[in-house]
Design a protein around this ligand. Structure first.
Ligand SMILES: Cc1ncc(COP(=O)(O)O)c(C=O)c1O
Length: 427
């Protein structure tokens, strides 16, 4: 087996996949169990060439892919794994750094601190915040809740009724009580809630369903007065702060105790890369630091494992470094601005069409809308549109009503793709 030849073949496969991505169906056109039925039940006893694995990608795996790299992927939060990030993943696996502490990977540790700080600067966040990378926002928020409980000695989490389920899951895993707060007409969490016994308030900038924005400043001020920790979940929308004109949604974030932004959502990074910052690094570290004898080292150096749940840490900073350098802030801004422009264009079509209605204020690159009619009709539209494979979008519910979401986040998406989505939905 030649690593070099197999490697060229793998990169060749990756290029071909991306070149023909828009000819593939967006949503996997298979039934549950269809792939399982084709996979051998028994594990391989004898080794075989890597070329066989590549061949099976085409035969077995691609038909069962939902193609997240597709320009007409509009479901959930659409994402992009940009090419420099893909290549950096290959290189990171090649070097296979297990960054449990500084000496185990000075490169991974120091690059991670530096690129987290680059992004902090690009997003206009305060100086002095400590940032590191977790796998997902679910883990970042879990870590923030752990820190909040450690610091406050309290056991209650407060968030909006539209906060991401990771907040509820985190609270549940920690045995903390969760209080969900009603939203106002703009779908923002109400700030006038009692916080006396609260460990953590989680404010969301860019909720999953509607991209609505909680009143971070008011919540932060109240949290501070009540001795509670304020965590901001800007997993999706925080990336947009590289564009000055989107920083209206950052108001008050400088008062946060912790903040999560996912570059794997809207900064063109391949899964997974979630940035977690805290303005209280020492207390954050206290909540997590546990250094057994076999991990003690003489040097006075940073160990990022002392800031979160994981000990072994992937070299995720490499792909963030690669994407930031190859696009530059201006390249990333240009992509986001185009996504936001396309979302506004689509919003205009919805507003002008008597048969359709916008159901939530349009924010960032998300449009939430529905056809005037029953829930069953709207559900049928989504299911038929997705089944055709031309587009893929998802739904949510607002006040019990079924509504459609069109999320733009793929760097390949053009105006023609968004137009096509509108045509398919109308058809
Ligand atoms: C606002 C928000 N927070 C958190 C998450 C969870 O992200 P992850 O999949 O990285 O855990 C999501 C996912 O879409 C989200 O929209």
């Amino acid at each position: 087996m030649s690593f070099r030849e197999d490697g060229y073949a793998a990169v060749d496969w990756a290029s071909r996949y991306l070149e023909r991505i828009d000819q593939l169906p967006v949503l996997a056109q298979v039934k549950p169990g269809e792939l399982s039925a084709k996979l051998p039940l028994l594990p391989p006893e004898h080794g075989e060439p890597f070329a066989n694995v590549l061949a099976d990608l085409d035969d077995l795996i691609v038909p069962a892919l939902t193609n997240w790299q597709h320009p007409r992927f509009f479901a959930y939060f659409a994402v992009t794994a940009a090419e420099p990030g893909i290549l950096a993943e290959l290189l990171a696996a090649t070097m296979n750094q297990v960054a449990i502490l500084w000496r185990a990977s000075p490169a991974s540790t120091e690059l991670e601190l530096r690129v987290a700080d680059w992004v902090r600067q690009l997003l206009g966040l305060p100086d002095g915040w400590h940032g590191h990378i977790e796998d997902t926002a679910s883990t970042s928020t879990l870590a923030a809740l752990i820190a909040a409980r450690h610091v406050t000695g309290r056991n209650v989490v407060v968030c909006s009724e539209h906060a991401h389920s990771s907040v509820e899951k985190g609270a549940r895993m920690l045995g903390m009580e969760l209080r969900k707060i009603r939203v106002d007409d703009e779908l923002a969490m109400r700030a006038d809630v009692p916080l006396d016994d609260v460990a953590a308030v989680v404010a969301t900038v860019g909720t999953t369903s509607f991209a609505s924005v909680d009143p971070v400043r008011a919540l932060a001020e109240r949290a501070r007065a009540a001795g509670a920790w304020l965590h901001v979940d800007a997993a999706y929308a925080g990336s947009a702060w590289i564009c000055e004109e989107e920083r209206w949604s950052q108001d008050g974030v400088e008062l946060a105790d912790s903040l999560v932004v996912n570059p794997h959502k809207w900064l063109m990074l391949p899964m997974d890369c979630s940035l977690l910052w805290t303005s209280r690094p020492e207390e954050f570290r206290e909540a997590f630091s546990l250094v057994p004898e076999y991990l003690r080292t003489p040097e006075d150096a940073f160990a990022l494992s002392e800031y979160g749940p994981a000990l072994g840490r992937r070299f995720r900073s490499l792909k963030l470094w690669a994407v930031l350098r190859c696009f530059g802030a201006e390249g990333l801004r240009a992509i986001q601005r185009e996504h936001i422009r396309l979302a506004r264009l689509f919003t205009g079509w919805v507003e002008e069409a008597p048969a359709w209605e916008l159901v939530a204020p349009q924010r960032f690159s998300l449009v939430v809308f529905r056809r005037r009619g029953t829930d069953a009709e709207n559900e049928a539209i989504v299911e038929r549109a997705n089944a055709g494979g031309e587009i893929f979008l998802s739904h949510t519910k607002l006040d019990g009503r079924y509504v459609l979401r069109l999320a733009i986040g793929n760097a390949r998406t053009t105006e023609a793709d968004v137009r096509r989505a509108w045509e398919v939905l109308n058809r």
